[in-house]
Design a protein around this ligand. Sequence first.
Ligand SMILES: *Cc1c(COP(=O)(O)O)cnc(C)c1O
Length: 223
Amino acid sequence: MTTDSPNQDIANRRAAILAALEAAHSPAPELIAVSKSQPDAAIDAILAAGQRIFGENRVQEAQAHWESRRADYPDLVLHLIGPLQTNKAADAVRLFDVIQTLDREKLADALAAAMEKEGRRPQLLIQVNTGEEPQKAGATPSKVGQLLRHAREQAGLEVIGLMCIPPVEEPAGPHFALLKKIARDYGLGVLSMGMSGDYELAARYGATHVRVGTALFGDRSAA
Ligand SMILES: *Cc1c(COP(=O)(O)O)cnc(C)c1O
């Protein structure tokens, strides 16, 4: 019996997820490969399979993964999907193409200053804490309007969409529906929602971007 190599496994899983996304919704959402905590071999394997859109949740790890690879892959698109400290705003603006985790006014101000200084303007999404979980990052649904106004009018930023991470112990559907409703209320077109366990569901709810780690790379321990 033959077994596929780990690299072939990653390519096969990617192809299956892309096909499932195509089947779930037209147009299919973009697949963001979440490369946090992945070894170099796994990242190189998925690059070889054609993946160019990646998500990372820590600035420092993202720099280690991507600063040197950028030169070889000019079509890379890097999304920051983890919480951002204001003192890392300049580093994030320098590296990422999309920052999905704008969640407070102070961060909007820091990002505006960093963009001015760096001469680079990543696209921005507001992270919404749809479950209103006290320990979770994100603006609560009732604060989105105020944050959006601040970002646009005080900080001069353009915000193009919303992202959410539903509570783990709840069905995700109502959270996806809520995020979509808030986006519609504010005329925002980009919706980042859905992870390994629910990317097809998110696609059916109209996600424009899904963020998939383990379903793509396999368990970190098996990598
Ligand atoms: C890690 C992470 C993901 C990917 O999670 P998987 O369950 O491994 O697909 C998606 N979004 C965010 C914000 C993450 O931190």
